[in-house]
Every structure is written in C-alpha cells, then in structure tokens.
Design a protein around this ligand. Structure first.
Ligand code: CTP
Length: 418
C-alpha cells in the first residue's frame, strides 16, 4: 500500500500546515499526504489567495479535518488562538514573499498570519516565488529577520520556474521540508554524556557596602547556552553573576558576585566537567580596598579609586585543566579578530567566540548576537545576526565537532601545536 510507512517519524505530532497563494500550492497537497503518512495530525490553514489555486475541500478530504481559511469565520471558535496553542509546529508551504513580509513585520490580517502572533511553537517556512523576488533585498531582509527570531527557512531550489525562467525559487522538495519539520520537533541529544561547566553574567566588585564596579552584561548568552546544552542532553552547572534571568530548567545555578567567588566555584567543579564555557563578563579590576562602611563625600569635589587586577579566571582554568575543552569569549569594540586570536592563544583555548559589542542590535542586553568562532586550528566561522538561543546551538555544534575530533587532547598538546 502506497501510504504505508513502517516507522512513521512524526507520530502524534500536531502541525498547522499553512498554505499561501503561490502556484506551488498544489505541491502542498502531496506534502500534506506525506505528513499524514508520517503519522502527523494536520490542521490546514489557507490564505484567501491560496484557495484560488487549490480548493479547501482537497485538503479537508486528505487531512480528515476541517480547513480554515477565513479569520472572521474562524473567529467564532477562536481558531487563531486554539490551533497554534495546541500545535507542535507551524509549517508554511508554500510561503509567498507577501507572507514572509507579513510574518517578519508581525502583521495579522488573516488567520494564518494572526496565528504566528499567537503561537509560540517553532515555525518552518518553505518559500516559493520567482527567482528575482527571492533575491530582492526586501525579501532577503524579511527572511533574515525571521531566521533571527528562530524560524527555520527551507531555501527554495534552482530550476525552471512557473514564469518559464530558470532561477532559485522552486519550493524545496518534500524530503527537505520533512527533514526540517523533524528537526524542529526532535531536539538533538548529541550532548548526552557531556558535563558543561558554564559561567554567565557580570561580576560585581564591591567598593563599599552599597556600591560596586560592574559591566553591562545581561547573562543572556550564557543562559541561552545552558538551556541549549541541557535540551541537547548535557548536564550543566551554571556559575552565574547577578542577572535578572530565571534559572534554565534542569540546570544547577550557583550564584556568585565577585570574580574571586566565580573562580572558586568554577575551580571546585573543574574535575567534574568535560567542557568549560566562560561566557561571563568578568570585571578586570576591583577596588584595592573595600570600605567597611559607606564612603562619604566629606566635602570632596572628586575622588580616586585605587584598583587592582582580578585573576584571569579563564587562563587559570585553562592552566588547571586535564582533558576538558575550554571555550572563551572575546567582547571587543575594535580589531575584533586580531584581539580574539590573541586571546585564544594566550589563554590556551580550544575555541573563542568573538563578538563586536558595539554592533547595532547585538551584544549586551540584546536577545540577538552575531559572532565569529575561531577554533584552536585557526578555522574561522562567521555567524550572522540571530537570536542568542540559536547562536548557542551554533556554538555547541562547533564545540561538539572539536569533542569528536580529539576528545582527550590536553592543554600541553594545544600549546605545542600553536
Ligand atoms: N575572563 C576571565 N577572567 C577575567 C577576565 C576575562 O575569565 N578576569 C574571560 C571572559 O569570561 C572571556 C575571556 O576571558 O571568556 C575574554 O574576556 P574579555 O573581557 O573579552 O577580555 P579580557 O581577557 O578581559 O582582555 P581585555 O580586557 O584586554 O580585552
């Protein structure tokens, strides 16, 4: 029997299949059949223009469920709320340039676009359009914005287009779309068996009982790595400077304030770990003396604070390690790569995540970041602006490759190689 699949890969998954007004809408019919064959329960939501290409009845018969196309009709049942609330993923295939624009901008003028605003589940889009449209700067910007927010965009393929031209615009093949849906529904467990010791957030170095020296770090990047690593099966201990972030679920958080406390807590747990990631923004200096009482102005117009250097935690940990991989960050405002390479070498790291903290929309406090990863062999990977949660997965992918490469390469060996 054609529809029989011995091991359906999407059993029980609830997916909203959004169909928008492209000639490729007819391909959504066979896509729907493939999704159903894989065991998924599909609710189809069509845009008005999609119904010009394929009738809702076709999808209704094949999905065995009512198809919704009209926000106002569907509103009585609050479908724009109930469908995404119960969905494990929203897949929009084909996704037109118009739909991508609405999704990127947050416009909600029909059922499907409104569902993106109410839903919190993963979004997969398979765009289909003429090649010239796909490469138009506006479409490129909208796709980039969606990716930055975590959407998985399955790039269209090269080939003859409905217009008769050749170009990149054909909706991706069924297998690539199914792989993308599986990827968002089945988190990788490739970090199982690894133990990550992670630092995040700023440190606070006291001046007196009411004042301290600190920096603008929000801790978001480190917390995103903790969450991603936990989801991928790692055990995670997070030594965190003061932040306003909730503890990621399943992660042991050890709160600290100063660089000295952070060093102590990390050193104590070093032998437990297999990977150390130093995402904290450690204060480089602290007041030489901490006043036991609040410092008073006492009529002075100016004051001088004498500072001393804090310990470089990363270099210390890197010197103490046995088999652990050690990953550092480089927060720079200029000459990003030369500074990052110098830190990679001087601190004896396996990988450094270099980021330009002056870049608009990225860095301290933002939910987004862009970075360049440089590994111990000099391989450099540029990661464009994306959510810190997505960047966390990219960093974990890169570290995972190093773990597979040389699980027990020692610090001494690393220094020799450079
Ligand atoms: N780091 C550390 N201990 C410190 C200072 C920094 O462990 N006292 C770590 C950071 O957590 C980061 C890396 O070292 O992973 C680089 O930090 P960064 O602030 O970019 O550079 P610094 O080493 O402080 O050097 P500089 O201030 O000259 O840029």
């Amino acid at each position: 029997m054609e529809d029989h699949v011995r091991n359906p890969s999407l059993t029980g998954a609830r997916i909203v299949l959004g169909v928008t007004g492209s000639i490729a809408a007819y391909k959504a019919v066979t896509l729907l059949r493939a999704l159903v064959r894989e065991g998924a329960v599909i609710d189809v939501a069509m845009t008005r223009s999609a119904t010009k290409f394929v009738t809702p009845l076709t999808f209704e018969v094949l999905s065995g469920r009512p198809v919704t196309a009209d926000l106002f009709q569907a509103h009585q049942e609050m479908k724009h709320l109930s469908l995404p609330e119960h969905a494990d993923a929203i897949l929009v295939a084909p996704a037109t340039a118009n739909f991508l624009a609405k999704a990127a901008l947050g416009l909600g003028d029909d059922l499907l676009s409104t569902m993106l605003l109410t839903g919190r589940c993963p979004l997969v889009c398979a765009p289909a359009m003429d090649g010239g449209m796909w490469s138009h700067p506006t479409v490129v910007a909208h796709v980039e914005a969606l990716r930055a927010r975590g959407a998985l965009i399955v790039d269209p393929e090269e080939g003859p287009l409905a217009s008769g031209r050749i170009g990149q615009g054909r909706m991706a093949g069924e297998d690539r779309i199914l792989d993308a849906v599986r990827a968002v529904l089945t988190p990788k467990r490739d970090w199982q068996g690894q133990r990550i010791l992670l630092s995040a957030g700023p440190t606070q170095e006291p001046i007196d009982p009411v004042r301290y020296l600190s920096n603008r770090s929000s801790g978001k990047m480190g917390y995103a790595i903790a969450e991603a690593a936990r989801k991928r099966g790692a055990e995670v201990i997070l030594v965190s400077g003061p932040t306003s972030l909730p503890a990621p679920s399943g992660v042991e958080v050890i709160p600290v304030e100063t660089a000295e406390e952070m060093l102590k807590q990390l050193s104590n747990r070093l032998s437990w770990s297999t990977v150390v990631v130093m995402a904290a923004a450690v204060a480089d200096f602290r007041p030489r003396q901490v006043a036991p009482q609040k410092l008073k102005k006492q009529g002075r117009r100016s004051a001088t604070l004498e500072l001393e250097q804090t310990t470089d935690i990363l270099s210390t940990i890197s010197g103490q390690r046995t088999t652990q991989l050690v990953i550092g960050f480089a927060a720079e405002t200029h000459d990003l790569l030369p500074h990052a390479r110098a830190k990679l070498a001087s601190k004896g790291l396996d990988l450094i995540v270099a980021n330009d903290v002056t870049r608009p929309k990225a860095g301290f406090g933002s939910d987004f970041n862009a970075a360049t990863l440089i590994d111990r062999d000099g391989h450099t990977t540029d990661i464009p602006l994306k959510s810190k949660r997505e960047l966390a997965d990219d960093i974990l992918d890169a570290v995972r490759r190093l773990l597979v490469d040389s699980p027990t390469r020692r610090h001494g060996d690393l220094r020799k190689r450079r």
